[in-house]
Design a protein around this ligand. Sequence first.
Ligand SMILES: [Zn+2]
Length: 246
Amino acid sequence: MKTISLRTLDTNYTYLLVHENKAWVIDPGEAEPVQSWLKENDIDVVGFLLTHYHPDHVGGVMAMRTPDHVVLGADPFDFPYEKLEHDQMYALFDDVSLRAISLPGHTLGAMGYLIGDQFFTGDVLFGGGAGRIFEGTVKQMLMSLNRIKALDPNTKLYFGHEYTQANLGFAQHVMPDNEAVVKRMGEQAGVPQLLSVELATNPFLRLDDPKLQAAIKGYAQADALDEAAMLGVLRTWKNKYDAGER
Ligand SMILES: [Zn+2]
């Protein structure tokens, strides 16, 4: 099986898992670029694998799906689908299976997909950053990030959006002494990225870093914060940073 990464809409990634002349499509935010690629390469769609229900991840499904296609996910979708449970395995091809990993926080039904040494994060984790907490609690988001942290460090991560450069700007803002962030800023952004690199540079995976903890407590002007509270502060800090506040 090979994995094809396509850029869709402005910042989205859509992935194709291709085996012989068949493909599973992950998060088609729009149909056209995916259909062009399939046509050019003479590949047929088996089904769709959806990380969550936001329109920029499922916008292409309605235009592309036929009654023969399987649609997999866990959020409430506007079209028929098979609901996956946390830790459920599903055979994509004869010798390729996925493991669904529930990642609530960005949406309640957000799912990550582990396929061999590849992990598809949806909008829960990005290069150098993490998704906003639209549904669920900070505690749930922390659990989800910890589930990603627990994967093999050599896991190849495939994100839902390309936001790496902007995220690394914030990473440097909150972790000014982190040399791995500086090094990464000079490298080409993109997918896949190793989990080990995220563990070294992504502040949302580094809430156990004493220096980052001190920065978060300083920003919040509070001393006694547990990890969930620190994640909440870091999220608010990032949102304000994105809005131009320094
Ligand atoms: Zn989203």
